[in-house]
Design a protein around this ligand. Structure first.
Ligand code: FES
Length: 184
């Protein structure tokens, strides 16, 4: 009985040892497999070289007439540039900031009053608002209209009506000369 028990124990021990070895191999291959999966997954999170190259963009404004607009891409986002008319500037400056959802003066949003530069992504759910073409719907406030849920932006890109909680963002930019800006 005791010999049988020992043999059984021996088989049991061998079985345990074999099972443990197989589990170790499976674990090792599993780790290799996971690593093989993770490396491309992590690499895919690194920005592509062409994206890095566009971390700054220089834009020539000389071809944008007063009242006209230009759209450029910066870091995968559309940037709306508006060459504002004197009337659009006055409208933007005359707004009582205390009545705004996102209380920003026009002055704080521009480098030069005649040029408005904003990220063309609605701050509600990220749609691209209309208003870059003269034939577009500019909404009740003369700026941009987001047809997704009806947000309306003024001539300073500030939210004036609808569900969007924030003004169109102003990207970092500076004038490198009178007719060229560098975004980023
Ligand atoms: S995404 Fe613009 S109003 Fe909803």
């Amino acid at each position: 009985m005791s010999a049988g028990a020992n043999i059984q124990n021996g088989q049991h021990d061998d079985g345990e040892t074999r099972r443990g070895f197989m589990q170790m191999l499976a674990g090792a291959f599993g780790a290799v497999g996971l690593g093989a999966f993770l490396v491309p997954a992590v690499n895919s999170l690194n920005p592509a070289k062409d994206t890095l190259a566009l971390s700054t963009v220089e834009v020539d404004l000389s071809d944008v007439p007063v009242g006209g607009s230009k759209t450029v891409m910066w870091q995968g986002k559309p940037i709306f540039i508006r060459h504002r008319t004197a009337e659009e500037i006055t409208e933007a400056e005359d707004v009582d900031v205390q009545t705004l959802t996102d209380k920003q003066t026009d002055e704080s949003r521009v480098e030069k009053p005649e040029w408005l530069v904003v990220v063309g992504v609605c701050t509600h759910l990220g749609c691209i608002p209309q208003g870059q073409k003269t034939t577009d719907n500019h909404g009740e406030f003369g700026g941009w209209f987001c047809s997704c849920h009806g947000s309306q932006y003024d001539t300073s890109g500030r939210i004036r009506k609808g569900p969007a909680p924030k003004n169109l963002a102003v990207p970092p930019y500076k004038f490198v000369n009178d007719t060229t800006i560098k975004i980023g």
